[in-house]
Design a protein around this ligand. Structure first.
Ligand SMILES: Nc1ncnc2c1ncn2[C@@H]1O[C@H](COP(=O)(O)OP(=O)(O)O)[C@@H](O)[C@H]1O
Ligand SMILES: [Mg+2]
Length: 264
């Protein structure tokens, strides 16, 4: 087993890289894949926070700082997804050497089938390394021009460092009627659009509950869109289910309180 490594990148901050990493990773794990997620946004880490894994002392910071082994910085999240969160301290960031990420990847690829790396925004060294070491880079864009321009820069940079683009995910779609349509995004970035995630208030709610959206409100429009992409990546057939805007019936609520997301 050698993991396929996907880096989730964007150029611009706040497009939905962390949301995408968390929910694709969890959905892929729920489909039975052995998945590991790395929070490589070492300066502005928040993936652990939205997954309820923020209290662990040993994180990717310590690993990239040379004081811990990666096996000691990996924790189990919802649906069995394994996660290496990153600390939030400035000191941890300063002590981290992003070049060690390649060794971390090497130590993990044989244990997993899929690795997702949540990359920082921008074009600094810590952002470029995850693009260079991935098998494929997934661009997360919003349907607006500034996001396109930044994603295009990220795409060119990825190709300059020998990386490969898998395609783009258009996130927060449908919020404005001036949205750039999917076809135009594909044209502007000269790449495939892997999926479109709608603007959905359940994304914020899930973050507040520190539970992945695909677990917290599995039938919400954005959750369904993420599950559809996960199925496409694994080649599984996706059973279209009715969406319900995150409003659950009594039975679903009961089932979730009994068996659902781990409470901290
Ligand atoms: N599809 C969506 N619908 C509504 N809010 C979203 C959506 N995707 C992301 N968000 C919100 O946008 C903000 C930025 O998302 P995040 O995943 O942290 O972006 P990044 O990691 O690229 O900086 C967060 O507050 C998140 O809850
Ligand atoms: Mg992020």
């Amino acid at each position: 087993m050698t993991a396929v490594v996907y880096t989730i990148a964007s150029g611009k901050g706040g497009t939905g890289k962390t949301t995408t990493t968390v929910n694709l990773g969890t959905a892929l794990s729920a489909l039975g894949k052995r998945v590991v997620i790395l929070d490589a946004d070492i300066g502005m880490a928040n993936l652990g926070l939205v997954m309820g894994l923020e209290k662990h002392a040993v994180t990717l910071h310590e690993v990239l700082g040379g004081s811990a082994k990666i096996d000691d910085a990996i924790y189990e999240g919802a649906a069995g997804v394994m996660v290496a969160p990153c600390g939030v301290s400035l000191k941890g960031f300063q002590n981290s050497n992003p070049e060690r990420l390649k060794d971390v990847m090497g130590a993990l690829v044989e244990q997993f089938e899929i690795m997702l790396i949540d990359a920082p925004a921008g074009i600094s060294k810590d952002a470029v390394i995850p693009m260079a070491i991935a098998d494929e880079v997934i661009l997360v864009v919003n349907p607006e021009l500034s996001s396109m321009a930044d994603a295009l820069k990220t795409k060119v940079l990825t190709e300059m460092v020998g990386g490969k683009i898998k395609g783009a995910i258009v996130n927060r779609a449908g919020m404005e009627n001036v949205d750039i349509p999917k076809q135009k995004v594909a044209e502007l970035l000269n790449t495939r659009v892997i999926g479109v995630i709608p603007e959905d208030p359940n994304v914020r709610r899930a973050a507040a509950f520190k539970t992945p959206l695909v677990i917290n409100t599995p039938k919400s429009p954005a959750a369904v869109a993420y599950k559809r992409i996960a199925a496409q990546i694994t080649g599984a057939t996706f059973k279209e289910e009715p969406e319900n805007n995150g409003k659950e019936g009594f039975v679903e609520k009961l089932a979730k309180s009994l068996f659902g997301g781990r409470k901290k």
